[in-house]
Design a protein around this ligand. Structure first.
Ligand SMILES: [Zn+2]
Length: 260
């Protein structure tokens, strides 16, 4: 008799535990879905703000990127080949061997990405050339263009995850002037990145670019590790850049014999 009661109690406990687990799971799912909705709301908020042409300082205060999970040590940035080639060719367009080195200038643009919050991985999927200039801290001054890029990026279901600029032939470091630009992007999204490229370091031994974030309080830059999707090695990159170079110089990649 007692045995039977004990058994019954055990079964009850078991069922109770199962119900608890189920509720917990449902609750977690609900929270997750709510967070997803919030993310959409934020994106809508941003676009409506841009529609109203609110000045950038106001946007800075209000835009928030996707929520970020902290304290992950693994390489959590993956960049695809397309933005690398776009950035390299943009940089070379204004600092090619056909231009005297005294006339070389830096270029600047936006990075568009996709953030997987579950796995804490930022995928940099596209790059948007925005400008070039003589100033070291080349800035995007035309906010109409910024808005156009923003809309295009949004259409592709990506978001602005940072910016890039070039250092033609003088290396992949970040300057104090760059810090000001970076602070603007990190205020938009705390995990925003800055990519700096020296197209003349794409030499088969290095990728010729680095990705950085800044500690805005200590005003220090730090490199962030990344990997390239599709296992592109540094040896492959010069060949790819050379292949697209004719486009940079305004020529067709290849011509039929009688087109020459
Ligand atoms: Zn710089």
């Amino acid at each position: 008799m007692e045995d039977k009661n004990l058994n019954k109690r055990k079964i009850k406990e078991n069922i109770k535990e199962k119900i608890k687990q189920k509720l917990k799971k449902e609750l977690l799912e609900e929270i997750y879905n709510e967070l997803l909705l919030e993310e959409n709301d934020i994106t809508n908020e941003i676009s409506s703000m841009l529609d109203d042409e609110i000045e950038i300082s106001k946007i800075e205060e209000e835009i928030k990127g996707p929520p970020v999970k902290k304290a992950k040590k693994k390489k959590n940035i993956i960049i695809t080949v397309e933005p690398i080639l776009k950035i390299a060719s943009h940089a070379l367009k204004y600092a090619s061997n056909n231009i005297p080195t005294s006339k070389w200038v830096e270029v600047i643009g936006l990075l568009a990405g996709d953030y997987n919050s579950k796995e804490n991985i930022l995928y940099i999927k596209d790059a948007y050339p925005m400008g070039h200039g003589t100033a070291l801290n080349a800035e995007i001054k035309d906010y109409n263009n910024f808005e156009r890029a923003f809309q295009e990026i949004r259409k592709k279901k990506l978001f602005i995850c940072g910016w890039y600029h070039s250092h033609p032939s003088y290396g992949t470091f970040m300057s104090m002037e760059d810090l000001e630009t970076q602070s603007r992007y990190q205020k938009l999204w705390s995990e925003a990145v800055a990519l700096v490229i020296d197209p003349y370091q794409i030499d088969g031994t290095s990728y010729g670019f680095e990705i950085f974030r800044a500690n805005l309080k200590s005003k220090k830059w730090f490199k962030v590790p990344f990997s390239i999707q599709g296992d592109i090695t540094p040896e492959l990159l010069p060949e790819l850049v050379n292949f697209i170079n004719p486009i940079v110089e305004g020529k067709a990649i290849y011509l039929e014999y009688d087109e020459e």
